[in-house]
Write a protein of this length. Structure first.
Length: 137
């Protein structure tokens, strides 16, 4: 199995593709969370990118969770390789790639980013988050 297929399978089953929103800026990210640190370190070795952080919480039954997150323009090299192999999160990945590409070209701060806001809403809707206490304001 190729690295791209492997990463796509992991992201499809145990990952998420979403977008962070702050002051008119929309930054896409891909993230995988696991309780196995060696597994996350292996993913980071394969992707050669991303940040690893730890968290505890109710969702993990208070177990330590390790997270690999790849943000923004760093997705420009990863997503084109794995999109052909994604099944469940293909549309989210395409939107994230479009946002990352748009952010790479966009340098006008302070101006409304209407396309970014629309893509943000679409991605949140695909993830089932929009309309459950999450807002874009």
């Amino acid at each position: 199995m190729s690295d791209a297929r492997y990463l796509a399978a992991v992201l499809d089953t145990d990952g998420s593709i979403s977008v962070a929103h702050s002051r008119g800026s929309f930054t896409p990210f891909a993230e995988v969370k696991m309780t196995s640190r060696p597994f996350i370190l292996n993913l980071k070795d394969i992707t050669k990118d991303g940040s690893i952080y730890e968290r505890y919480g109710e969702a993990t039954g208070r177990k330590r969770q390790y997270c690999l997150r790849i943000y923004g323009r760093r997705l420009l090299s990863l997503l084109p390789k794995i999109i052909p192999h994604l099944i469940i999160k293909k549309e989210q990945a395409e939107i994230a790639l479009r946002l990352a590409t748009m952010n790479q070209k966009r340098r006008q701060r302070g101006k409304p980013n209407y396309v970014g806001a629309l893509l943000y809403c679409r991605l949140k809707a695909l993830n089932g988050l929009y309309g459950r206490g999450h807002s874009i304001g």
